[in-house]
Structures are given as structure tokens and as C-alpha cells.
Design a protein around this ligand. Structure first.
Ligand SMILES: Cc1cc2nc3c(=O)[nH]c(=O)nc-3n(C[C@H](O)[C@H](O)[C@H](O)COP(=O)(O)OP(=O)(O)OC[C@H]3O[C@@H](n4cnc5c(N)ncnc54)[C@H](O)[C@@H]3O)c2cc1C
Length: 275
């Protein structure tokens, strides 16, 4: 057994806070020492005297000195995190869990299907893949937000799509005339009508609210993606992060230590995976 205390917390200075949407902010953190993680793993981020919650970094795993974390204001802890300012100090523990098997993705078409703040963990994967962009046949980002105001990372799309093998498609559930939205409307799965990649050997990675994960997975299967090539990041309610508290149990798996990344093939027969 490792001597490392699994609850050890690293201090991290808040270098910058960006308002991505009315409910989502990105925090640029500088841990007191370089922080190693693999894309798809998660951290527990804490505020002294308040509490902690699990988040997946949204920056590349090649960036070890600093880290972006994008957080939706969803409840008690995240509401307090949204009050954090540049110059404040937060705590990081981890990394925890199993990330994405990049070696399996290499040489293939990779489709990222993200809903709402679910694009944040996918941004980590995207930035990591962009570091070695030629290793992937193509990368397609399909992103759905509730309204145009809820779209995150809008100013980064040009940076991503400057590579000829990278495409970005987006849609919103609803828009008003005043939004001046000329893009697609409808839930994120409508974007699958527009993709041209051959699903037979392609990889799909899904992250978003449970209902979007469920219908996104079914739409990918309908389209011809294999269950073993559909990767899901299971954001179950969890506390410890390493298989002690049992809050994230899904049948025979713990989302925290066996996941949070699973193929649909691995978990399709477990109970309540979409709850
Ligand atoms: C591995 C993992 C990675 C995550 N990555 C991100 C991320 O990058 N960005 C981000 O904004 N959020 C992410 N989440 C979700 C985030 O952890 C929750 O939103 C957060 O824990 C809510 O804490 P709270 O105290 O603010 O909410 P609470 O006051 O505890 O609850 C408010 C509402 O949020 C729901 N909730 C609580 N915990 C979770 C959870 N773990 N997942 C989904 N809903 C939850 C509750 O059921 C309730 O409806 C991730 C979760 C996991 C497990």
C-alpha cells in the first residue's frame, strides 16, 4: 500500500477567473507543485471551511504547472466556489480514477459529444489530443447548450478548428430572436445527422447530464457506433474519490476508482447507470 495519505491537499493559487456563461465559470489554478494526472481522471477541489467536490480538469494533462477547471454553479459547494476571486487559495487532492485510453483512440476518428458543462471534461481530452493532433484520424466536437448564452468556450473554437482534421458542430435547445443565433437548434443528438465519419471503427466520448448521456449513447448506437467504442464519463455523486464512501457504486463498479470513464459495453448491464 502507498504511504501517501489519500486526503493530502495541495494548495493552489487562483490566477484568473473567467465567466463562461451565466452559470459556469472557469478557474485557472497554480498548484504549489506540478500536478500530474491523466486525461479523464478527476480531482477533489476544496475551499477551506466550506467543503469539496469532484471535478475533471479542463486543461491538457501535458500542462502540469497550471490547470483550468470549469465549474457549473449546481449547489452548495459550487455556489461558494463561484465567489472565489483571483488571488484566493483553493485545495486540490487527487488525481483519482481511470481516464481515457488514448492509445486506443490513436489512428481513429474521435467524436466528442458534450452537453452543457459536460464539455469541460471533454476539453481536457481535446486539448490533450490537439497536442499530438496528427496521431488521430479526425476529431469532431459536437456540443449542445440550452441557449446561445449557455455556450461555453466560444472564443476557443477557432483555435481548435485551425487544424484540418478538427471540426466543431454546435446546437442550442432554444433561442430567441434577440439571440441572433444562426446555428442549429435541437438537442445535441441532432448534430449526429451532420457527421460524415464512418462509425464502424470510430470512437465516441460522451459527457453531460444523465439524460443527455442516455439518449446520446442510444443515438450513437443507432448511428452504428459499437458499444465497446462509446466512452462515458460517469459523474456520479461521490465524496472520497477512492472507493471508501461507496456513494458512487454502480452495480459491481465504483465510479470513482473503476471509472469515471467506462465504455458503454462495460456498464450497459449494471443497474441505474443513467440516474
Ligand atoms: C468525476 C466527476 C467529474 C466532474 N466534473 C465536473 C466538472 O468538470 N465541472 C462541473 O461543473 N461539474 C463536474 N462534476 C459535477 C460536480 O461534482 C457537482 O456539480 C458538484 O459536486 C455539486 O456540488 P454542490 O455542493 O455544489 O451541489 P449539492 O448542493 O451537493 O447538490 C446540488 C445538486 O447537484 C447534484 N450533484 C451533486 N453532486 C453531483 C455529482 N457528482 N454529479 C452530478 N450532480 C451532482 C445534486 O444531486 C443536486 O441536485 C463532476 C462530477 C464527477 C463525479
Amino acid at each position: 500500500m502507498s504511504d501517501k495519505n489519500p486526503y493530502d491537499v495541495l494548495k493552489a493559487d487562483v490566477l484568473e477567473v473567467i465567466e463562461e456563461s451565466p452559470t459556469i465559470k472557469s478557474f485557472y489554478l497554480k498548484p504549489e507543485k506540478p500536478f500530474e494526472f491523466a486525461t479523464g481522471q478527476f480531482i477533489e477541489l476544496s475551499l477551506p471551511g466550506i467543503g469539496e467536490a469532484p471535478f475533471t480538469p479542463s486543461s491538457s494533462h501535458y500542462e502540469k504547472e497550471k490547470m483550468w477547471v470549469t465549474i457549473m454553479n449546481a449547489g452548495f459547494v459550487t455556489n461558494e466556489i463561484h465567489k472565489v476571486k483571483k488571488g484566493d487559495v483553493m485545495g486540490i487532492r487527487g488525481p483519482y480514477g481511470r481516464g481515457y485510453p488514448l492509445d486506443v483512440f490513436k489512428g481513429k476518428d474521435v467524436l466528442l459529444l458534450g452537453g452543457g458543462v459536460g464539455l469541460a471534461p471533454l476539453r481536457c481530452l481535446l486539448q490533450t489530443m490537439l497536442h499530438d493532433v496528427d496521431d488521430y484520424k479526425s476529431i469532431t466536437v459536437c456540443f449542445g447548450a440550452r441557449t446561445p448564452a449557455d455556450m461555453i468556450y466560444k472564443d476557443q473554437i477557432d483555435d481548435w478548428t485551425k487544424y484540418k482534421t478538427v471540426a466543431h458542430l454546435c446546437t442550442v435547445d432554444n433561442c430567441k430572436e434577440a439571440d441572433n443565433w444562426n446555428g442549429r437548434t435541437g438537442v445535441v443528438t441532432v448534430l449526429l445527422d451532420d457527421i460524415t465519419i464512418d462509425p464502424k471503427d470510430a470512437i465516441a466520448v460522451v459527457c453531460g447530464p444523465p439524460i443527455m448521456m442516455k439518449f446520446g449513447t442510444f443515438a450513437l448506437l443507432d448511428k452504428g457506433f459499437k458499444a465497446s467504442n462509446i466512452y462515458l464519463s460517469m459523474e456520479k455523486k461521490m465524496y472520497c474519490g477512492f472507493g471508501q464512501c461507496r456513494h458512487c457504486v454502480m452495480g459491481k463498479y465504483y465510479a470513482c476508482k473503476d471509472g469515471p470513464v467506462f465504455t458503454y459495453e462495460e456498464i450497459k448491464n449494471e443497474e441505474k447507470i443513467w440516474d
